[in-house]
Structures are given as structure tokens and as C-alpha cells.
Design a protein around this ligand. Structure first.
Ligand SMILES: Nc1nc2c(ncn2[C@@H]2O[C@H](COP(=O)(O)OP(=O)(O)OP(=O)(O)O)[C@@H](O)[C@H]2O)c(=O)[nH]1
Length: 301
């Protein structure tokens, strides 16, 4: 058996900090937190209250979380963001990177000063969160253009289709495709074709508003979601994209004698659409109409 002195040495040596917190948010004791890569010395917190130390919008979350753990009488696991500037008395961080923690909160079966208590063990998970964010961004991004890819497009379409059904706001969809890219690939090489795809992407990105969602659908096809835009306005946006792409390529030496234009299909999500796929099919059909009518034009359905 170890004695009380050894026990407190063990608790002090714990790499993650463990806070003994009362229901009202008072720091009654702090153990561990020895891993200096991730934690500051918290001994000066003892006797103080979360409400006095942490910015109000976050302090109320801490107090609510303690109450939830106590009321459920079960281990509660939560992830939260807490930066140095959120806590009084901590040195200013020299980066703007967010600090994330995982808390494991255990209700205790004794009171201190007549208050219920929890043990709040915090682990710094910032690295894992950064990696998760990076992976999510990579899996949503088209490598060639840096735009959202088809996987992200499907998610955005699903979100906007559901919002359309619930809140009855309008959503338009554009689908466009480069004209005669094969001829450019054949005459100037695939690298020139890649450059043309990127130039179209950046021209359209500059033309669209921040709330519009531009995605590379695949190959030389792109889709734009225009939230809160009706079809007649969407047609105007499509015309602006078409004109700006044409202008961007005009007189450019990089693409030989090839001129790059786009053919655009426009549609609006309809109440009768059973899913966003139906609207996408309509945009696709409108785009093929534009191709068949001679390209470098906009058609709506
Ligand atoms: N360089 C390059 N070419 C691509 C890429 N993705 C698709 N393509 C080519 O783009 C062409 C797309 O085919 P289509 O859209 O049917 O042909 P198009 O020549 O653009 O003709 P229209 O669309 O009918 O005007 C094919 O030749 C593909 O090989 C890419 O990432 N890079």
C-alpha cells in the first residue's frame, strides 16, 4: 500500500489536469496537469469560481455541463474550445490557433461546503482536432482547382434541398461544362487543358458571391448552388459567368488558337422535386440543350 504522501505525489504527477469542481463552478482542488507542453500551472485557480475566471458565454456552458453530469449521475464526455484569452490570468497566446479539450466529468458521491462535486479531467486534443479539420478539408476539396469536390457538393445539395423543403426559400442550380476541351487537350496537351479548367474555376469564383457554392462536379463539369436566388436572377448570374469566362480567355496566348467558352444549364429546385437529384438532372438537361444549340450560351429548364 502507498501512504497519503505518496498518493498526493501520484496525483500531482498525472499528465492531464483533474479539477475538483462544485455545482456552482468553484475550483475546490486541482491535481496533475504535469504535461507542460499542453497545460499551465492551475494552482492559482483554487478557491476561485468559473464565473469569475472564464468569459461569460463559455462560463455558462461549464456550469450547465457540471449540472448535467450531476443530474445524470453518469460519466459525461464533452469536447470544447477554450483559448488562453477566454481565461483571466493566463498569458496571451502567440497564435490564433484554437485550443480544444476533451473533458471526462465524473459526479462524486460527497459534498464539499454543502455543494455537490464533480471530477473534471481535461485532455488537450488540439492536435487531433487540427488533423480532423485538415482531413475533412482535404476530402471535400478538388485537387486541381481547390474548389469543393463532388462529395462536398452532394452534402451541400442535400442541406439546401432540406432547407428549401422546411423553410420554403428558393434555391437555383447551375451546371456548366467547358466547350471543346478535347480539342484543346489534343492540340496543346493535357497540361493546357488543366490550366483552362483552373482558369474557368478562378474566373467563376471571382464572379460569384461568397454565399454561392461553386463545385467541380468532375472532368470539365461544374455545379453552382445559388441559395435564395430565383431562376430569372440565376439566368443573369449564368450569363455573367459565361461572359466573364469568354473575356478571361480572349487574347490569351496560353491556349493556342483554341477559345474556351462554357455552356450553362439553369434550374430552380421545385416543390414537386422528390430529391435534389431531380433538380440536378434538370440542370444537366438544360446544359445539354445549350450544347446542342451551339455552345457558349445559357439555357434554363
Ligand atoms: N486536361 C484535362 N482534361 C480533362 C479533365 N477532365 C476531363 N477532361 C477532358 O475533357 C473532355 C470532356 O469531354 P466533353 O465534355 O465530352 O468534350 P468537349 O471537347 O469539352 O466537348 P463539348 O463539351 O461537347 O463542347 C474529355 O476529352 C476529357 O478527357 C481534366 O481534369 N484535365
Amino acid at each position: 500500500m502507498i501512504n497519503a504522501e505518496q498518493m498526493s505525489a501520484v496525483l500531482a504527477a498525472l499528465p492531464d489536469p483533474a479539477f475538483l469542481l462544485s455545482r456552482s463552478g468553484k475550483y475546490v482542488a486541482i491535481f496533475g496537469g504535469k504535461d507542460e507542453r499542453y497545460y499551465h500551472d492551475g494552482s492559482n485557480l483554487i478557491g476561485k469560481s468559473i464565473n469569475d475566471l472564464i468569459v461569460p458565454e463559455k462560463a455558462s456552458w461549464f456550469i450547465d455541463t457540471i449540472a448535467r453530469a450531476l443530474d445524470s449521475q453518469a460519466l459525461l464526455i464533452e469536447e470544447y474550445e477554450l483559448s488562453n484569452q477566454d481565461v483571466k490570468g493566463l498569458p496571451k497566446q502567440d497564435t490564433t490557433e484554437k485550443m480544444w479539450f476533451e473533458a471526462r466529468i465524473t459526479p462524486l458521491d460527497f459534498k464539499v461546503n454543502d455543494e455537490d462535486m464533480v471530477l473534471w479531467v481535461a485532455s488537450n486534443i488540439s492536435q487531433r482536432r487540427r488533423l480532423e479539420t485538415q482531413l475533412r478539408e482535404q476530402s471535400d476539396t478538388d485537387l486541381l482547382t481547390g474548389l469543393f469536390n463532388r462529395r462536398r457538393l452532394e452534402r451541400e445539395l442535400s442541406y439546401h434541398f432540406n432547407a428549401f423543403k422546411r423553410h420554403d426559400y428558393c434555391v437555383s442550380i447551375l451546371m456548366f461544362d467547358l466547350d471543346h476541351l478535347k480539342a484543346l487537350n489534343d492540340s496543346a496537351g493535357h497540361h493546357a487543358g488543366d490550366k483552362a479548367i483552373c482558369k474557368v474555376a478562378s474566373t467563376c469564383q471571382k464572379t460569384l458571391r461568397q454565399t454561392d457554392i461553386l463545385c467541380r462536379f468532375g472532368g470539365d463539369e461544374f455545379v453552382v448552388i445559388l441559395p435564395h436566388i430565383q431562376k430569372d436572377k440565376a439566368i443573369q448570374t449564368a450569363q455573367r459567368l459565361r461572359q466573364n469566362v469568354k473575356l478571361a480567355f480572349k487574347g490569351s496566348q496560353d491556349f493556342g488558337l483554341n477559345t474556351i467558352t462554357i455552356s450553362v444549364g439553369v434550374t430552380e429546385i421545385l416543390a414537386s422535386d422528390p430529391s435534389y437529384t431531380q433538380a440536378l438532372k434538370r440542370a444537366d438537361a438544360a446544359m445539354y440543350k445549350a450544347k446542342n444549340q451551339g455552345r457558349d450560351r445559357v439555357c434554363a429548364q
